[in-house]
Design a protein around this ligand. Sequence first.
Ligand SMILES: [Fe+2]
Length: 294
Amino acid sequence: MIDEAAMREGITKASLILKTLEVETVPVEILQLHVLISGDSPSIADIEAVISRNPEVMGSFLSMANQALNRPVDDLILNVAAAIHLLGLEEIHQLFVLSHVLKIVPVSQTDQTILKRCMRAGIASAELTHWIYGLSRSEAFLISYMQDIGALYMMRHDPLNYRDQVFNQQQAFPISKYQDEVDYYKTSHCYVGGLITKRWNLGSLLYRSVLFHHHADLKSLAVIDDLTSKMVALNRIANFLVFDRFSDYYFTKELEDSFDEACAFVGVTDHMLHAADAALEKWADAESLPEASH
Ligand SMILES: [Fe+2]
């Protein structure tokens, strides 16, 4: 069930938190690309010129395109023109925005650590979309990568407690410890992250998937939005695979139960899990996070 009053409160509180923090503005290149892509006949050369303007962002964009598409190592996308031919315009837009978000939002080593885990989840999510109708690889990659972007702002809001007392425990207890966050702050990194994705104009599926990525009941979510419920399930599975491969902690029953529920919900097979895990092994240590610039 969706508690609409609690959601309204969560969104209101999240926007109050963001008002007290310095939130990065959208770079002019993003607006330029948006204008180009939404025009009647987008020019490939103009799109290429905008994406190529900043070498650091361009490098991040190409790296993420290779990860999202799981390109063979001997056939990587090495230039923007090739990426434009292989990706749809909306996917190019999303990956370009993500490249900018990653350049300007993370400021600390902890921010980078959180985003690295999310990047890994993105690789697994993207691979799983191969078997899921209606979800593109790069959109799933983007969604899992952005899932915890709100936590970076919650850490700025409550630097003493948020990371260790609230957020980190959610890796092993993704449902109950998330509820503790909502109970304590009357909002959460999901609400804050949702508002951030809105600000960057990244589409409704991303917004809803970030907003609901800790939602306990996939079936009730499916009643409201089927595609979001599938994406939330994939994200849960991806987080579990990342935990399995990289965490030093033991599984909790809650984590295993939420994984099993998600697998049953989208009909994930062992073959699919192995493919996602192989993609993780291949790309998990790839560099796509630009160094923090401030
Ligand atoms: Fe989260």
